[in-house]
Design a protein around this ligand. Sequence first.
Ligand code: GDP
Length: 330
Amino acid sequence: MVTFLAGGTGTPKLLAGSGSVFPPSSVTVVGNTGDDVELGGLLVCPDIDTVLFLGGDILDRDTWWGIADDTTATHDELERLADAAGLAAGPRYLDDEAQTAGRRLARWRRFSGVAEFMLIGDRDRAIHVTRTGLLDEGETLTAVTERLAGALEVPWRVLPMSNDPVATLIHTPQGMMHFQEFWVARNGEPAVDRVEFRERGATLTRSVGDALTDPVVVGPSNPVTSIGPMLAVDGVPEALAETTVVAVSPFVEDRVFSGPAADLMAAAGYEPSTAGVAEAYPFADAFVLDTADETGLDRPVVRTDIAMDEPGDSTRVARAVQEALEVAAR
Ligand code: GDP
């Protein structure tokens, strides 16, 4: 058995071709929920959905989010209506009182549905309607996620990191904003003063606790906004310290493959590089680094080409992960 910790790009890319190395029936994926938002009353879980859509073989692999060839009729009409009604474009983050009213899971991640700022496809939206409906009927996010994984015939077990809310908030000179506003609406352009995970006190579910007793692979995800929220869940750092952990770098020395990891690492007080990743992961027993990455680390390293662009690349990286797990367990 092996457990992967996943954001929405790097780890899913690794999972895509990992099947011949890690049989899917032996894999649990713990997904980040710090990026989740409630949009017009619907809970959207971007990182978990990427894993579900990948496993269900319906992911749009150009963007690594959304369903391939989805239509956007509802989204387009929401934009048209807002425009016709003279309403300013989103994101329309709700006021503090609204953030803490209603569904607890939506705390500090609640946006009005007016002028929807994230592009939600029509089939994609059906996932969010079903998820939110089942939450309203009293199911936990863990149970709902397992049900959706079954419906999409996802071959892995997929678990949210917690049933409690953790919202990733970015403090900038222009004020505080939810991570999705920072990244999707503002292209990661505002300077980052500080990253906050609100609320504290989220607890580990029994399922995640069990999954973290197996060897753990921290895929090449953003250490701050994809893995950071997991480390803010009570019990997760302790569980990782106990088990064998291998991490794949999302950097080649100080070069990031994609996304805002470098700026966010710097704001979180880490060097934006492989060395900074190693510092952020004191629980990692071994690392998989790129062949061109000469960073010297105080823990064992397996090197391979860690760029995952073509089919087959992720199988190569998965083999290196397996080797690193063997080295780490020695
Ligand atoms: P997010 O939720 O979309 O931010 O996705 P993740 O946190 O899962 O992944 C983002 C990270 O993936 C970035 O820091 C990238 O550097 C890393 N990444 C993207 N493509 C690759 C790749 O081909 N190889 C490796 N090693 N890392 C990658």
